[in-house]
Design a protein around this ligand. Structure first.
Ligand code: FDP
Length: 280
């Protein structure tokens, strides 16, 4: 795992450089989810493949940007990653990120042993989580300093909810309104990494990406996005659900690019989600 941490530091520095300087043009390709790939998505994917693929413990790499699993060697770790989450926001200069889930043997929720994300923002930060969620920040000497262990409070103040509102269910509408009525403040940039990072660092709140009328399984991808963040939120003392489940770790993965409705937050907000959603 130490080797993976050092690899993540290298990846963070190299992709941060690309985010700053690579042109923002599109390629001719679409990824599995149907998004047209930016040159930056492809470049970020190449950097990660090259660096993680050289680690002997890595057996396979699974990228959100690729259809196929890349076999690497005889190790026992499978790393699933989203190379540049929120990449469509680079043109407006908002924070974006990379997400990593390190699975033992094969991809399945309970096999997730470590997860991490990098935030390319005004500062370069990384959260790496095994037993606890640890925040690192790049210093002037080009090294990452350990800053602190992140913990969520029982209850927060922020409410970040995605997807097109006209497609929300009545249940979701009521949930969101009830939190605003309690005094929660809206925070949503449209980059999952930045939005979840904000809630985590500010001590709590709710991030939700619900099912909609046109996307009953919502948008966010289980393997690359949802489980890595669920791991971090639960280790930080928070909770997660798909609306009804006790935890997002109860999900069954049938397809690598599978999506799910998802909710991440402090314990209080997730209990409110379950109360509203149990009525459906
Ligand atoms: P993006 O498509 O820009 O990569 O991963 C998908 C994602 O961004 C998340 O980062 C973000 O939270 C979400 O989509 C935003 O979707 P909506 O605009 O539908 O809310």
């Amino acid at each position: 795992m130490q080797e993976i941490k050092s690899a993540l530091e290298k990846i963070a520095i190299q992709i941060a450089d690309e985010v700053k300087f690579t042109d923002l043009g599109y390629t001719q390709n679409q990824n599995k989810t149907g998004d047209t790939q930016l040159k930056l998505d492809v470049k970020s994917d190449m950097i990660i493949t090259e660096i993680l693929g050289a680690i002997p413990a890595v057996k396979a790499l699974v990228s959100e940007e690729k259809d196929e699993i890349l076999d690497c060697g005889s190790g026992n770790l499978v790393i699933a990653y989203d190379p540049l989450d929120g990449s469509s926001l680079v043109d407006v200069n908002l924070s974006v990120g990379s997400i990593f889930g390190v699975y033992e043997n094969e991809i399945s929720p309970r096999n997730l042993k470590m997860s991490a994300y990098i935030v390319y923002g005004p500062r370069l930060e990384m959260v790496i989580c095994e037993d606890e969620a640890r925040l690192y920040r790049l210093n002037r000497e080009g090294k990452f300093d350990f800053i602190k262990v992140l913990n969520l409070g029982e209850k927060g103040k922020l409410n970040a909810t995605g997807a097109t509102q006209k497609g929300w269910s009545e249940t979701h509408r009521k949930l969101v309104k009830s939190l605003f009525d309690e005094g929660y403040r809206l925070r949503y940039s449209g980059a999952m990494v930045a939005d979840l990072h904000q809630i985590l660092l500010k001590g709590g709140g709710l991030f939700s990406y619900p099912a909609t009328t046109d996307a009953p399984n919502a948008k966010l991808r289980v393997t690359f996005e949802v489980l890595p963040f669920a791991f971090i939120y639960e280790r930080a003392g928070g909770a997660t659900t798909d609306g009804k489940s006790e935890t997002l770790f109860d999900l069954k993965i049938e397809k690598i690019h599978q999506t799910t409705p998802c909710f991440f937050g402090s314990k209080y907000e997730i209990s409110r989600v379950r109360e509203f959603y149990k009525e459906i």
